[in-house]
Ligand binder design. Structure first.
Ligand SMILES: C=C1C[C@]23C[C@@]1(O)CC[C@H]2[C@@]12CCC[C@@](C)(C(=O)O1)[C@H]2[C@@H]3C(=O)O
Ligand SMILES: O=C(O)CCC(=O)C(=O)O
Ligand SMILES: [Fe+2]
Length: 346
C-alpha cells in the first residue's frame, strides 16, 4: 500500500483542520474552555484567543506609539538607550551575536522602570507614553491570568490561582517588547523582484524562556510556529486578536505536559510588520519546579528546581536557538537514551 504524502493529506479538509492552529473563544462555557486551553498547550504550546477583554483603544494607542517611535531617525532611536538590558535594539538580539532583520523596544513592565525609560523613548510626551504602556501591560496581564487560571482548572490543580499568582507578584520580571520588521526595500533603479521570494530571517528560531507570551501583531504576517513533528506552520496575522505561546517556565511547572513552542519570524513583504509581546515571568527569586499535582510516582519530576534568576542567567549565556531546558533536566537526554538502550538489550 502506498502511504499518502504529507501534502496530499494536508489537502483534505479534515486533516487540514487537524494541523491548524487552535482558536479559543473566551466567551465559551468555562469547563469546555479549560479543556481546550490544556489541549492546545499540550499539542502546540500555541493558540489564538478571540473574544478577549482587552479594549481596542488600548491596543491601537500602543500601535500608534510604536509607529511614531520607529519612524524616527536612527540617531533619535538610539537616544532611547541600548537594549542591554532595556531600550532600543537594532539587528542585534541578545548578548551572544544573534542577529535578525528587525529593530525593537524592550521594556521591563515595572511601572518605575517604564516611567524612567519613557523619558528617553518619548522625550516630548513621557507621561502619555508611560500611561499607554502601563494600560497595555495591565490589560494583557489580566488576559494572561485568565488563561493561566483556565489552564490550572483544566489540569485539575486544586488552587486555580497557583499559576496566575506567579506573574501577579509586584516583583514579577515580566517584559514588553515591540518589534518592527522593515519591509523588503524597493529602490527605483535596481529593484529585484526575485528578492521577495527569498525569506529574510526577522527573528530566528527559539522558544521563549518565560511562562506565557501574549503576542499581537499588525496585519503583516511572518510568524511561524514549529509543530512537535518539526513542521513549520505560518501564523495568519490578526490585528484584533492575541496569540498565546507556552514558554519554557510553564513547561517545567507542568512537568513537561505543556510544551514551549519554538517559533521564528521570516519576512518577505513590502509592508512593515509590527508585533508586541508581553512575556509573563515570575519574580527573579521565585523557585520554579513542577506543581505538586503534576508529579506522581509514575510521573516523577523531570526537572531540577531552579530560580527564575538562575534560568535567565542560563538563557542569556546561550544563543537564541539553543534548547536551554536540557541543563535543568533531572536525567540528561543522553543518560535517558542509555537507560532506554540498556533496557532493550536485556
Ligand atoms: C539570544 C538571546 C535573546 C534573548 C536572550 C537570549 O540569550 C536567549 C533568549 C532570548 C529571549 C527570547 C524571548 C524574549 C527575550 C527578551 C527573552 O527573555 O529571551 C529574548 C532575549 C533578548 O532578546 O534579549
Ligand atoms: O515578532 C514576532 O512576531 C515574534 C517575536 C518573538 O518571538 C520574540 O520577540 O520573542
Ligand atoms: Fe519569541
Amino acid at each position: 500500500m502506498v502511504a499518502p504524502s504529507p501534502t496530499s493529506m494536508m489537502l483534505r479538509t479534515k486533516k487540514t483542520k487537524a494541523v491548524g492552529i487552535p482558536t479559543i473563544d473566551l466567551s465559551m462555557e468555562r469547563s469546555q474552555l479549560s479543556e481546550l486551553v490544556v489541549k492546545a498547550c499540550e499539542e502546540y504550546g500555541f493558540f489564538k484567543v478571540v473574544n478577549h477583554c482587552v479594549p481596542k483603544e488600548v491596543i491601537s494607542r500602543l500601535e500608534e506609539e510604536g509607529t511614531e517611535f520607529f519612524s524616527k531617525t536612527s540617531f533619535e532611536k538610539h537616544q532611547a538607550g541600548t537594549s542591554t538590558p532595556f531600550g532600543y535594539g537594532c539587528k542585534n538580539i541578545g548578548p551572544n551575536g544573534d542577529m535578525g532583520d528587525l529593530e525593537y523596544l524592550l521594556l521591563h513592565t515595572n511601572p518605575n522602570s517604564i516611567s524612567e525609560r519613557s523619558k528617553t523613548i518619548a522625550k516630548d510626551h513621557p507621561i502619555k507614553f508611560s500611561c499607554i504602556i502601563n494600560d497595555y501591560v495591565e490589560a494583557v496581564k489580566e488576559l494572561t491570568c485568565e488563561i493561566l487560571e483556565l489552564a490550572a482548572e483544566g489540569l485539575w490543580v486544586p488552587d486555580k490561582s497557583s499559576l496566575s499568582n506567579i506573574i501577579q507578584d509586584v516583583h514579577s520580571d515580566s517584559l514588553l517588547r515591540i518589534n518592527h520588521y522593515p519591509p523588503v526595500k524597493k529602490s527605483n533603479d535596481n529593484w529585484d523582484p526575485s528578492k521577495l521570494q527569498n525569506n529574510t530571517i526577522g527573528f530566528g528560531e527559539h522558544s521563549d524562556p518565560q511562562i506565557l507570551t501574549i503576542l499581537r501583531s499588525n496585519n503583516v504576517g511572518g510568524l511561524q510556529i514549529s509543530t512537535q513533528h518539526g513542521l513549520w506552520l505560518p501564523v495568519p496575522p490578526d490585528p484584533n486578536e492575541f496569540y498565546v505561546m507556552v514558554g519554557d517556565a510553564l513547561q517545567v511547572l507542568t512537568n513537561g505536559r505543556f510544551v514551549s513552542v519554538r517559533h521564528r519570524v521570516l519576512t518577505n513583504t513590502t509592508k512593515p510588520r509590527m508585533s508586541m509581546m508581553y512575556f509573563a515571568a515570575p519574580p527573579l527569586n521565585w523557585w520554579i519546579s513542577p506543581l505538586s499535582k503534576m508529579v506522581t510516582a509514575h510521573n516523577p519530576s523531570l526537572y531540577k528546581p531552579f530560580t527564575w534568576a538562575q534560568y535567565k542567567q542560563a538563557a542569556y549565556a546561550l544563543r537564541l536557538g539553543d534548547t536551554r531546558l536540557d541543563q535543568f533536566m533531572r536525567i540528561q537526554k543522553q543518560e535517558a537514551s542509555n537507560i532506554e538502550n540498556a533496557s532493550h538489550s536485556t
